[in-house]
Design a protein around this ligand. Structure first.
Ligand code: FAD
Length: 324
């Protein structure tokens, strides 16, 4: 299939998020022979990020640099991206289903009077059709979507479509486009980050998540140590967040982040349906809980019945020894 595809890249502090590379791989799936054009917006030098998109499979990249694009606003990014879309007239657009992706893509789709397949986890070619699979009903079922005509516009869930191998022998043009921002209604004065450390939760391949069973903010410490040795991100249930043991930015579930890591370690989490909605599609689930009847064991691949304050430090020690 041959379509001109636009991949919207996402950088954080100048570094491209991995989902950008996954989006390029997704674009290649829907357009094996067509041109893949990347686009990145920001206020810093975007040349290096543009080249990185080429190493991961883009044919050329357009950068839009403007001081007013320093921090994401749907207003500013909307204007920049619509200007690129107008000029390029792509037949398909793909972006990560991230906080920014969830915000900007419906806006772009409505401006272009197009449909949008959001949160796709798989793309397959079946005969003449491209079939997009996306979870529905909080991950309890999957629906298949086919685009028959018009613009192919989709967001992909991080960690589901494998990025292509980085190949720094690839070359392609990185061109800067200037876009004049008009009548911006949202201006971000300052950004105060609650958590800057550690691995990004939505893109992490390993997550150690704690629930109300950790009993206090200090109770998270053994989990942090385990996360450290595994190179994992720390997550939490809403129970733990509501109890004030950790920040809400760590919440996983129906009203928190949806994650699909390779390994999810649920510690002191009962497995309420709203929590499962955010993590049950993880590839391998390990549950540590002192209650053998806890619902989390119904979705777990491996279960450890025991006191987390006993089990987690032992696990950390064992992993340290394997790693030496
Ligand atoms: P609990 O249910 O209290 O479970 C604690 C677990 O820890 C128990 O299983 C217990 O056996 C175990 N435990 C205790 N001590 C130890 C120990 N020493 N060692 C080992 N195990 C121990 N929840 C989410 O997580 N994410 C959401 O996004 C979310 N959205 C919601 C949206 C709505 C509209 C509603 C109504 C609820 C939502 N919830 C969400 C809340 C959800 O229903 C549960 O209340 C919550 O997930 C429970 O958190 P928990 O498992 O940490 O706590």
């Amino acid at each position: 299939m041959s379509r001109k595809m636009l991949v919207i890249g996402e950088a954080r502090d100048g570094v491209l998020r991995n989902v950008t590379f996954e989006a390029i791989a997704a674009a290649k799936k829907v357009s094996t022979d067509g041109e893949i054009v990347g686009v990145i917006c920001g206020a810093d030098d975007l040349e290096a990020a543009g080249k990185e998109m080429i190493y991961y499979g883009a044919d050329r990249v357009i950068t839009v640099k403007n001081d007013q694009l320093k921090t994401y606003t749907s207003d500013g990014y909307g204007q920049a991206l619509l200007a690129v879309i107008d000029e390029e007239s792509p037949e398909g657009i793909i972006m990560g289903h991230t906080a920014i992706g969830k915000d900007i893509t419906p806006k772009l789709a409505s401006k272009m009077e197009s449909g949008l397949i959001s949160d796709a986890i798989q793309i397959e070619e079946t005969g003449e059709n491209l079939v997009f699979t996306r979870p529905i009903y909080s991950g309890k079922a999957f629906e298949k979507k086919i685009i028959t005509d018009g613009l192919l516009f989709a967001t992909i869930r991080p960690n589901n479509i494998k990025a292509l191998e980085r190949d720094d022998s690839r070359s392609g043009e990185v061109t800067a486009k200037s876009v004049e921002m008009k009548d911006l209604r949202t201006v971000i004065q300052d950004v105060i980050r609650k958590s800057t450390d550690g691995v990004d939760l939505s893109e992490a391949s390993i997550i150690v998540a704690g629930g109300r069973g950790v009993k206090s903010a200090e109770g998270f410490e053994p989990l942090e140590e385990l996360a450290d040795v595994l190179g994992a991100a720390l997550g939490a249930s809403r129970g733990a967040c509501d109890a004030g043991y950790c920040d809400y930015s760590l919440q996983i579930g129906q009203t928190g982040k949806v994650v699909t890591p390779d390994l999810y370690i649920a510690v002191g989490i009962s497995g309420a349906i709203q929590h499962l909605a955010g993590m049950s599609n993880s590839k391998i689930i390990v549950a540590i809980n002192k209650d053998p009847e806890a619902n989390i064991f119904n979705v777990a691949d491996y279960g450890i019945v025991g006191d987390l304050f006993d089990v987690v430090p032992k696990l950390t020690e064992q992993i340290k020894q394997i790693k030496v």
